[in-house]
Write a protein that binds this ligand. Structure first.
Ligand SMILES: Cc1cc2nc3c(=O)[nH]c(=O)nc-3n(C[C@H](O)[C@H](O)[C@H](O)COP(=O)(O)OP(=O)(O)OC[C@H]3O[C@@H](n4cnc5c(N)ncnc54)[C@H](O)[C@@H]3O)c2cc1C
Ligand code: SF4
Length: 561
């Protein structure tokens, strides 16, 4: 007999951790099924390991990386320290058309990508939730900012977000811990831009899920600076440091690592999901677990893959696919465009420690006035730093005196503005099952076909031009454009493929993240997103997950689930 729980959560990353916390705290006996293995921060985190302590001095075993992680190694964080937190691409294959590359960056362990993520967290606003309805791309979101605002509050209070309130309508303020400090060059550029653009372009310090003071038993950040390698002090938000311990403390959590969910079991008579099929990652044993409600939180494309693999007579093309939209409308953000330059002066000043955060320049396009060449908008991330060891290249010098001069006389201040743009939802950007491809566990794998369109390309031009103009306005010199060709996927904000909507004929989920045809099946990771905005998305997944979990519990209490 399959074991029965009140709730099953699939995945223990950013979304799954939140589902586990909220459901267990509401009194539900909850099973979390995680495909990857456990992680012990005491022994697995490596943020304080120095290059000379590693066999390849930080360069990594490039032959092995090329063989086993050819996709993952494209991510800046997949290096000799952290490659163990990224999937093995041979065991977890997917295909793409040759002319439509997609870099699918994944983590498979307890904690998912919450271990390596960049921790940038920005609320969405009604500019984003109303965007599809306004310009007709995609379907209308079934929610507005007022529906999610209390859940942003709830999440921020728990995870700890440092940031500065700016009072901008397009980037609502939140429950902030004290902001990190801008350095002198950043503060200078902020003032110059406020003056040059009459307060419409506000350069602020990044809002990030990193503690600037002790918070709920977690220590403040000590600025060691390499968070993608883990954090033994739990100073940034990860499932491992925050949500999973909270769930465990209730005594109602069962966490089962090495449990690869293959599909959801659907009972057509009851119109309910009744359980999940699992393959044990080590023994390859087929298992089944049952529950009253199921939360799919395996990450955007993995959750959609599970639904596509959940075929039955009622749903021959995948559970929840009555609309035919499952797998479609895949989005990522776009990046690679902006500018950098030299900020003159301030050469008597430098930074102390390694601040794990940059600056943020929120969207200013199509906020008040419509741009003639493109819809939606973009924001910049970046920051200022003083040239250090890197400038040694091409400099004259030799030996101890040369080394001393590099330490003593740092180079000039550099400043970078790096754009992150919104991608429109398009039906033709799709993830389907590849009939000829299976993973190590024999589960059908995905074929992903995704490309940027004309609207994104028009934004890229403007990102370069505006960044150049702003650096000029700030008095920068030696301004160079940034113009990189970055494939979709590599921004690691993949979203969509099981969108929320108002109509079951055109969407997969309702406004509470319930699969229209299986109301006890909730999907709350990035697959649910109806549009992509330009803000980093994970805090929105967290808020939607917490909101959906509370709704599920309410429905259960009313015996409606
Ligand atoms: C280097 C890097 C930087 C990033 N920076 C930012 C940032 O600054 N801001 C931001 O908002 N986002 C950022 N992201 C993206 C962010 O990490 C993801 O949006 C977020 O982790 C998604 O949460 P999730 O719970 O959906 O997926 P994940 O955190 O990936 O967790 C999914 C979990 O599900 C498990 N799983 C998958 N398939 C199965 C299965 N079949 N059965 C059981 N379990 C399964 C996985 O093993 C994993 O543990 C970054 C990502 C990376 C890698
Ligand atoms: S910089 Fe701060 S948050 Fe990042 S690993 Fe170091 S202590 Fe942790």
């Amino acid at each position: 007999m399959p074991k029965t729980y009140d709730a099953i959560v699939i995945g223990s990353g950013i979304s799954g951790g939140w589902a586990a916390k909220e459901l267990t705290e509401a009194g539900l006996r909850t099973l979390v099924l995680e495909a990857g293995g456990p992680v012990d921060p005491a022994t697995d985190y490596v943020e304080h390991v120095q290059p000379w302590q590693l066999p390849f001095r930080g360069w990594g075993d490039r032959a092995k990386l090329g063989r086993e992680q050819p996709v993952q190694k494209q991510c800046y964080a997949c290096d000799e320290w952290s490659s163990k937190f990224f999937v093995n691409d041979l065991e977890n294959p997917y295909s793409t058309p040759e002319d439509r590359p997609f870099a699918w960056i994944r983590g498979r362990q307890v904690g998912g990508r919450s271990i390596m993520w960049g921790r940038q967290v920005y609320r969405w606003s009604d500019l984003d939730f109303e965007a599809n309805a306004r310009d007709g791309h995609g379907v209308d979101w079934p929610i507005r900012y007022r529906d999610i605002a209390p859940w942003y509050d709830h999440v921020e209070r728990f995870i700890g977000v440092s940031g500065r309130a700016e009072g901008l309508s397009q980037l609502p303020d939140g429950q902030f811990l004290p902001p990190m400090e801008m350095n002198c060059a950043e503060a200078h550029v902020r003032e110059k831009l406020l003056a040059a653009y009459a307060g419409e372009r506000v350069l602020t310090i990044g809002r990030c899920a990193i503690l600037t003071r002790e918070h709920r038993g977690r220590a403040a950040c000590h600025y060691c600076g390499t968070c993608e390698r883990g954090c033994v002090t739990g100073s940034y938000f990860s499932s491992l440091s925050s949500t999973l311990p909270a769930a465990l403390a209730t005594g109602r959590l069962t966490l089962r690592p090495h449990s690869v969910v293959e599909s959801v079991v659907y009972d057509a008579e009851k119109r309910r999901a009744v359980g999940v099929r699992v393959i044990d990652a080590n023994t390859f044993e087929a298992l089944e677990f049952r529950a009253r409600i199921v939360f799919l939180c395996a990450s955007t494309l993995e959750s959609t893959r599970i639904l596509l693999n959940s075929k039955s007579a009622a749903f021959p093309t995948g559970l929840g696919n009555a609309s035919g939209e499952l797998g479609h409308n895949l989005m990522d953000h776009s990046m690679g465009h902006g500018a950098r330059g030299t900020v003159p002066g301030f050469t008597d000043r430098t930074t102390f420690g390694d601040r794990p955060n940059g600056i943020y320049l929120p969207r200013f396009r199509n906020v008040k006035h419509q741009h003639p060449n493109f819809l939606r908008g973009y924001a910049y991330q970046g920051g200022a730093w003083r040239n250090g060891w890197g400038r040694g290249q091409g400099m004259g010098g030799f030996g101890a005196e040369f080394k001393q001069s590099l330490i003593r006389d740092r180079g000039p201040w550099q400043f970078s503005l790096y754009g992150f743009g919104e991608m429109l939802p398009r039906h033709e950007n799709v993830a389907e099952l590849d009939p000829g491809l299976k993973d190590k566990w024999g589960i059908p794998a995905l074929r992903i076909s995704c490309a940027y369109g004309e609207n994104e390309k028009a934004q890229w031009k403007d990102m370069i031009q505006s960044a150049t103009e702003m650096l000029e306005a700030a008095g920068a010199t030696n301004i160079r454009p940034t113009n990189e060709d970055v494939a979709p996927g590599l921004v690691i904000h993949e979203m969509g493929t099981a969108r929320m909507g108002r109509d079951p004929k055109t969407s997969v989920l309702n406004g509470w993240n319930q699969v229209w045809d299986a109301p006890n099946l909730f999907l709350t990771d990035g697959a649910c997103m109806t549009s992509s905005a330009n803000q980093n998305p994970s805090i929105t997944y967290m808020a939607l997950t917490a909101r959906a979990a509370h709704h599920a519990v309410d429905l259960m209490k009313r015996h409606e689930l």
